[in-house]
Design a protein around this ligand. Structure first.
Ligand SMILES: Cc1ncc(COP(=O)(O)O)c(C=O)c1O
Length: 462
């Protein structure tokens, strides 16, 4: 740590060192260092990084190979304007093409997930203009989805509560429901219900006018109340059929599911359905450095190659250090067999889900790979989360910290009201490098945390 950091006044509280940091409310724990799946605070306490940051840290923390790769690049050059050819950018795009679904080969580099989604939407729009269908401009997304925090991506994310303050500034995109196991009528099987859910997209395209719809953006892992729900492949096949029939581009937002998190390189590979455009961030660099990317199909690329100039660009898109980090992440995932390891550790995690489901506040435990989402509720009967005034999320976080677990939390339960009352997702998504004993330790600590939380909240049946 530099002297400048070491000499900051303690304690780190609102009126101390944080006073010049805008809109940021840290927990009491201050991070000192991180190693593997562990985080260490300034008092020497050890925590498991149970959600891998925000489902983003796919490698272990502080991997020396990452440091070496970035340092090596730094010795050559850290940055170059995109008008000059540079190998780190080319090498990363080649490496992404090798692992991306077949037919998706050309990549545009950016600095994060929101930028990737903005870029994907602009590519979709310009593709249709270039392809001679300039009326196609609308982008359909799912209710309660999350695609980022810029004005453009917030307009796509279908959460009225968070959008409200920005309402006059947001484009009003059409939204559609997503696949839901919870709402499935008993007389339909999952596949029949999947087709029903997908056909809502078809109905919406009809209502909007297919001539005006450019794209449908969707996450492979569900969203909001259905976060972590793995829809049947039948849902995705039907979505693909609909998109093809009405000439609507399918954008898979793989910001969370990309780079091995679900036990495949990308979430859509589980379903055997390829999107036209794929967005990536988070695990692409394991957050060692800011990086995001958009990969497009050859058919889309063709229109731009034929002369449509893409009106876009960010100063730090394709920053050489970020490229070096992304390239090294892909190499490490391959060298260490992390996709297979993720599947194996995921099986071990999911084999223990009954222990978690035995809690009255855990209504569901779902997902794949090392991506388990618990649906946390006040009661399984109502399937609703605690009222905001109970401060249940804050309490859960502090108990988890006491028990040596750091969970990602948006502390956004309150912000979902009044529209969304259903259970709140808790992400169990540690780095893919986690060992079997660390998985068991994580589940033990989580089990204990849930019990203490329920007792303190006075949950019935504890
Ligand atoms: C599915 C999805 N898309 C986009 C984003 C935005 O990514 P970023 O926070 O890097 O801008 C997120 C962030 O959590 C996400 O989960």
């Amino acid at each position: 740590m530099s002297d400048r950091l070491a000499n900051l006044p303690a304690p780190l509280e609102a009126e101390g060192v944080w006073k010049n940091v805008f809109s940021y409310h840290p927990m009491d724990v201050e991070l000192a260092r991180a190693e593997g799946v562990h985080l260490f605070d300034t008092k020497g306490n050890r925590y498991i990084d149970a959600s891998g940051g925000p489902m983003a840290v796919n490698l272990g923390h502080n991997d020396p190979r990452m440091r070496a790769a970035v340092e090596a690049q730094m010795r050559d050059f850290a940055y170059v304007h995109p008008v000059l050819a540079n190998r780190p950018r080319a090498a990363l795009c080649n490496a992404i093409a090798e692992v991306a679904p077949e037919g998706l080969n050309a990549t545009y580099l950016v600095s994060g997930g929101s930028e990737a989604v903005e870029t994907a939407v602009k590519i979709a729009r310009q593709y249709w203009v270039g392809a001679g269908k300039p009326e196609k401009h609308k982008v359909i997304a799912c209710y309660e989805s999350y695609h980022g925090m810029t004005l453009g991506t917030m307009a796509l994310s279908g959460n009225a509560a968070t959008m409200r303050p920005f309402d006059p500034m947001l484009q009003k995109w059409p939204h559609v429901r997503q696949y839901s196991d919870h709402l499935k009528p008993a007389h339909l099987d999952r596949d029949e219900w999947a087709v029903e859910c997908a056909r809502d997209l078809e109905r919406l395209i009809h209502c909007e006018g297919a001539h005006s719809v450019a794209a449908f953006i969707v996450t492979p892992h569900g969203c909001g109340s259905e976060y972590g729900v793995v829809a049947p492949a039948r849902y995705w096949e039907e979505v693909r059929r609909i998109c093809d029939e009405y000439e609507v581009l399918l954008i898979a937002d793989e910001v969370v599911t990309g780079f091995g998190r679900t036990g495949e390189w990308f979430g859509m590979q589980h379903f055997g359905v390829a999107p036209d455009i794929m967005t990536m961030a988070k695990g692409i660099s394991s957050c060692f450095l800011p990086l995001g990317a958009v990969t497009v199909s050859d058919a889309i690329n063709e229109v731009f190659r034929a002369g449509t100039p893409f009106i876009h660009g960010f100063t730090n898109g394709g920053n050489a250090l970020s490229c070096a980090a992304g390239l090294q992440v892909i190499d490490i995932i391959k060298e260490d067999g992390l996709i297979a390891h993720c599947r194996e550790m995921g099986e071990r995690l999911f084999a223990q889900k009954e222990r978690l489901l035995a809690h009255p506040t855990v209504a569901d435990a779902r997902g794949w790979g090392l991506f388990m989402v618990l649906e946390m509720v006040e009661s399984k009967a109502s399937r609703e989360y605690f009222a905001p005034e109970k401060q249940a999320e804050q309490l859960f976080q502090s108990l988890a910290l006491k028990n040596g677990l750091v969970f990602y939390s948006t502390l956004y339960g309150a912000r979902r009201r009044p529209l969304f009352r259903r259970g709140l997702p808790l992400w169990v998504s540690p780095p893919l490098t986690i060992s079997a004993s660390e998985i068991d330790e994580l589940v033990d600590r989580l089990d204990r945390t849930l019990g203490e939380w329920e007792r303190m909240l006075g949950v019935a049946g504890v």
